[in-house]
Design a binder for this molecule. Sequence first.
Ligand code: ALA
Length: 469
Amino acid sequence: MLFDRKKTIDEVRDVSKQGELKKTLGVLNLFLLGLGAMIGAGIFVYTGIIAPNMSGPSVVLSFFFSGIASILIALAYTEVATMIPSSGASYSYAYVAFGEFFAFLVAALLVMYLFTAASSVAVAWSQYLNKILDLFNIHILPASLTSYEGIMNLPAIIIVLLVTALLVKGTKESALVNDILVVVKIAVIAIFIIIALPHFNIDYLFHNGIEYNKALSLSSEFMPFGLHGTMTGAGLAFFAYNGFDGLASAAEECKNPERDLKKAILSSIIVCMLIYMVVAGLLVGITKYNELGVDGAFAYALNNIGSTKGAIIVAIGAFAGLTTVILFQLFVLSRVLFAVARDGLFPKFLTKVHKKFRTPYSATIFSGLAAAIAAGFLPLDVMGKISSVGAISAFVSAVIAMMVLRIKSPDHKRPFKCPAPFLVGAITILFCGYLITTQLEAVGKYVGLWLAFSIVVYFIYSRKNSKMV
Ligand code: ALA
């Protein structure tokens, strides 16, 4: 019963081909969409949580290891994504490889990951807004309206609702806004590097004089929380790569998904990994890592080395850049909801397509409202960890699907082939499984509850309403 109701690859593709969504995205749009989706709270905000609490200066290695995990995943993921272009992404691949029940669980993980990602990036956006106002000495927002610890995080709620309105209007317009903001984001990172480089002090990395626990395995001034700390940092740093998968969800809206997706996914991850390692290395090289646990860590560090102008520019750039991430996470979330509802597993109202804009407007509005509520009332670090666990787990399901399909459909056309599929697949599963375990102590209970809730929903509602009945 758990493995029944599989779809064939052609069934999934056929549905995608009949899709009513406009095909407007080319390879450059996709690459920029990838950078737009990835560079965000992971680097601009979570670095300020990872460095002081988990990795110390070895935050550089945390970004390296999570980048390696992302590249490994992408190799397998791109194979299935180009073989089965569909806006349901991992959910659709699981439907083909494992059947409806596991596909539904994967959908639950995707929804969990995207929803917490969008909300936590909105909270990060609100942090940088505050930082900018602070740097200009403007104090119009009472503290109780800028944090979940007060009444609510009002700016975070407002930005999610604005982005939702933009997405309802259309993908083409959203892609254009994204392209502009990505350029701003890259420019600001370049400015940070230029200002920070002359102040870089290698001693802050290796001889910072900060006490650490020598009993921890492989601990040093560089790795003050030991290897386990650095890998726990890598588990959360994975958040910074969340988003590359979303490109696959845009497959239905690509002009040529089979050719463009693989180029866009792999190149955008590699570029991000290089950027993250350089930027995180510079951050801990200009400010001691134990001082970084503050809102807007990058702006703080620049202020610290005497560049207030730099701090303002970087805060504004991060602020603008984070907008594109919210946009993308909500974009993908609405497409996943749309795809699952189209199969009858989520309520039918989520399948409505706007007559004029041809966007899945009701799934978009639903995603936006849910994310706005979470952004207003939940803490940043918990949402980030939940998001990382959800993303890694959903991606691992795609890796397993890649291996299953190699066995079950060996001759099916594959525009991109994962090299050494079973070896790469096995290493990816083991490595990602380990990264997931590093987060479970903090958020395992929430993830477990969400999955249990999803299983109940599946058997009470979805199984009966499925189009596969
Ligand atoms: N990768 C995205 C970010 O870091 C989710 O904000």
